[in-house]
Design a protein. Structure first.
Length: 180
């Protein structure tokens, strides 16, 4: 009689264990946070402030004040020393001066997504792979030549502020630089 009860308890324990593990195995996996995955896979390459002249009628009319950073693939840039700043400067000149993506008469029509996409695609094409994962526009302002001259002549309390084309994203300071 005791053997029969112990056998019954043993069958119950084994059945409950099997049901528990089958339910655990059938549950969907927790969703993967793509932002965290991207952050683990990427490295921030902080951009420098760049002034791009706005040319019209054969003369400088003002300057675009820009600062753009990049999220780049950690594995692909390991040990590769790319002239990111120089290539970014070249691309900004192409987009802001050559293609004239910014219409100063209607800055509300500026397409930030297309601007970022163009920079990403062009740099990846120049680098020969998918090195740039994301483009972070920290600053894109415009100051006319007259505003710059006026700022030089006025007192520091009456400064002319630049025309904000894009309200930039704050980029956290990068950890120790890896030489890129």
């Amino acid at each position: 009689m005791v053997k029969l009860i112990l056998t019954g308890l043993w069958v119950c324990v084994v059945t409950l264990g099997a049901v528990y593990f089958s339910v655990q195995m059938s549950l969907p996996k927790p969703p993967v946070d793509e932002a965290t995955l991207l952050k683990e896979k990427s490295e921030l390459v902080k951009g420098e402030s760049i002034n791009v002249p706005m040319l019209a009628d054969g003369a400088v009319q003002g300057y675009f004040l820009t600062r753009i950073s990049f999220m780049m693939d950690k594995e692909k840039i390991k040990g590769v020393h790319l002239p990111v700043t120089e290539m970014m400067t070249d691309e900004l000149f192409t987009l802001l001066v050559g293609n004239k993506m910014v219409n100063l008469d209607n800055t509300k029509a500026f397409d930030l997504a297309a601007f970022r996409s163009n920079i990403k695609e062009s740099l990846n094409k120049k680098f020969g792979g998918d090195y740039v994962l994301d483009v972070l526009v920290e600053q894109l302002d415009y100051m006319s030549k007259d505003d710059i001259r006026a700022n030089g002549e006025r007192s520091p309390t009456k400064q002319v502020t630049p025309l904000k084309i894009v309200e930039g994203a704050k980029v956290e300071a990068a950890p120790a630089s890896s030489g890129h």
